[in-house]
Ligand binder design. Structure first.
Ligand code: F6R
Length: 600
């Protein structure tokens, strides 16, 4: 969701800015723009749609001398995705880019309009630049005017502003949306300063970074980086963020799950014990219950985790959707461990839920894929999922690693509380390794799903059904499909069919049934039979052939339901991918979606 980039140095500005925005493309956007301050003159370019449109707009523009620029990919919130609404927004002598939402923009806008300032866009962002220029009329310095501007804003923001009045400096502010400043070297070997809303564009360019904290307001120019607080080295491998020969990042990410899951387990799971050093200092004898809180796919991982925590660690666990939790005045108990789960670590709803729990005095744990993200920084304890950068907007490997971390956590607690004996622990760790192995994609199995996918393009909708921990997997299968295929799909606990949804069953209803051999097989079989009797088109995922199905996707035989869980997860991801590819959709950047949802 919206991306920000900024640069000060001698390298060619346009390509630095557009390449930076390209690294942020995976977050989702519908328009983009850049502004470069070139020899005292502001050059502003914007375009609707993909970055190639912006590139076309400025194909004859290059600027190699010392200077600066800012860029932005916009995911529309206030006002349609038009060129006028795209960032940067400008006043008479300044340009601004912004991620987040300025909640009080309307009153500021009205006030500025009465002072004679003209607005071109429908956005909340445009008020920032006009407010700044208005403050500058009475301020003693540019930074003072910028700080006065920020002090008036309510809401969430990451802001970069450049102005002709101070041609060597980028002004920045952060509250609630991520913003990073980095330092590297330009082609002349001189210091260059980078700004970005995540570290992906900085990898390979900056060697030191500062993750700004909420409330940060300041100005940065060459030579000034070392004055920033908490500077850290930035390591990272650009290659890992490339597609490795796959057509889509999503496909590549599905294929690398068996590797990243091993990373997730590394140092945490050994043959006969579980260890989570990150939780040293967390006294589980003080924990009476767990609340898991998240959004979207991470919420599905949370539901899966709740089955594991109750079944293995015998801890009462409830699951909350973060956006609902925030506003319903929840009752929080001191002996409740509050766990937030987030791939990006920047999801606004999840972050606010975390703050609420902290304020109520609860111990908090963040399960997250991005180190140094807001959620990791603000949780008392953190467990990284170690999936590596996930670029496909539809989450795959991040989900797999979230479930794995929750499974490890359940075992770790059970071990700590003496619930699991040595042989049970050994059995669990063996099962985990088997589950990881089963996520290695078998090319033939992929081909089979690809062929089969052509039969699932024209129904009136999909039901994904499962029981127990296969219910959140059914939810996730349905979400994956709808995100990238734009077909209507719902996940249900299979026992719920008869309470209403079965009314939709006919031959044009596709039903994907998760039928594990090792968990409630007979129960789900009865539910599937009810659908089959009503002529629904059935695709069964199971180790044994089920005679009532129209299509069968074979899952390897195993003796544990979690191994079946992980095999089916991969099948559902590939199924969604292949249906979406057949429909000609942009799998990595589905319409209307963003990778990091930093607004409410
Ligand atoms: C779906 C997906 C989203 C996210 C949700 C929460 O594929 O990725 O549903 O799971 O927006 O995001 P995070 O996990 O970053 O908090």
């Amino acid at each position: 969701m919206c991306g920000i980039i900024g640069y000060i140095g001698n390298d060619e500005k346009k390509s630095i800015l557009i390449n930076g925005l390209r690294e942020l493309e995976y977050r989702g956007y519908d328009s983009a723009g850049i502004c470069v301050l070139e020899n005292g003159e502001l050059r502003n370019f914007k375009a609707v749609g993909k970055l190639v449109n912006l590139e076309r707009k400025c194909e004859d523009f290059f600027f190699n001398g010392f200077g600066l620029g800012i860029g932005h990919t916009r995911w529309a919130t206030h006002g349609k995705p038009t060129e006028v609404n795209a960032h940067p927004h400008f006043g008479h002598f300044s340009n601004v880019v912004h991620n987040g939402i300025i909640e009080n923009y309307q009153s500021i806008k009205e006030r500025l309009q009465t002072q004679g300032r003209t607005f071109l866009s429908q956005t909340d962002t445009e008020v920032i630049v006009h407010l700044f220029e208005s403050h500058l009329e009475t301020s003693t310095s540019v930074l003072e005017a910028f700080s006065q501007t920020i002090a008036e804003l309510k809401g969430a923001y990451a802001i970069l502003l450049i102005t002709q009045k101070s041609p060597n400096t980028i002004y920045y502010a952060k509250n609630g949306s991520p913003l990073i400043i980095g330092k590297g070297e330009d082609k002349l070997g001189k210091e260059a300063i980078y700004f970005a809303s995540s570290d992906a564009p900085l990898i390979g360019l900056a060697n030191e970074v500062c993750y700004l904290e909420d409330g940060a307001v300041g100005a940065c120019e060459v030579g000034g980086f070392h004055m920033l607080p908490k500077i850290k080295p930035l390591s990272g491998d650009k290659l890992s963020a490339q597609k490795d020969g796959f057509t889509f990042f999503m496909e590549k990410e599905i294929y690398e799950q068996h590797k990243v899951l091993l990373e997730t387990m590394m140092g945490r799971v050994s043959e006969d014990s579980f260890s989570l050093e990150e939780l040293n200092g967390l006294d589980f004898s003080e924990v009476e219950s767990i609340t898991l809180c998240a959004c979207g796919t991470s919420y599905h991982a949370a539901i899966a985790g709740s089955y594991l925590l109750e079944r293995i660690a015998k801890l009462k666990t409830k699951v909350e959707i973060a956006s609902e939790f925030r506003y319903r005045e929840p009752i929080l108990r001191q002996k409740e461990l509050f766990v937030v789960i987030s791939q990006s670590g920047e999801t606004a709803d999840t972050l606010e839920a975390l703050k609420l729990a902290k304020k109520a005095g609860l111990k908090t744990l963040g399960i997250c894929n991005v180190d140094n993200s807001s959620i990791v920084r603000q949780s008392d304890f953190g467990l990284l999922t170690r999936a590596g950068i996930e670029k496909g907007v539809a989450s795959t490997k991040a989900f797999a690693t979230q479930v794995m971390v929750l499974w490890i956590l359940a075992n770790f607690i059970a071990q700590k509380c003496g619930i699991l004996g040595k042989s049970e622990i050994q059995q669990q760790t063996k099962t985990m390794l088997e589950a990881v192995r089963t996520t290695k994609v078998d090319k033939k199995a992929h081909e089979h799903i690809k062929r089969l996918s052509r039969r699932y393009l024209h129904g009136h909708g999909f039901f994904f059904i499962g029981r127990d921990i296969f219910y959140p997997l059914a939810l996730e299968g349905a979400l994956k499909l709808k995100e990238i295929s734009y077909l209507h799909a719902e996940g249900y606990p299979s026992g719920e069919m008869k309470h209403g949804p079965i009314a939709l069953a006919d031959s044009r209803l596709f039903c994907v049934a998760l039928m594990p051999q090792n968990l409630l097989y007979d129960k789900i079989k009865s539910n599937v039979e009810e659908l089959s009797a009503r002529d629904a088109t059935l695709c069964a995922l199971s180790a044994e052939y089920y005679e009532g199905c129209d299509d069968w996707i074979k899952i390897p035989h195993t003796s544990h339901y979690m191994v079946e869980f992980f095999s089916m997860m991969v099948v559902l991801q590939i199924f969604a991918l292949e249906v979406a590819v057949r429909l000609g959709n942009d799998v990595d950047m589905p319409r209307n979606l963003a990778k990091s949802v930093t607004v409410e």
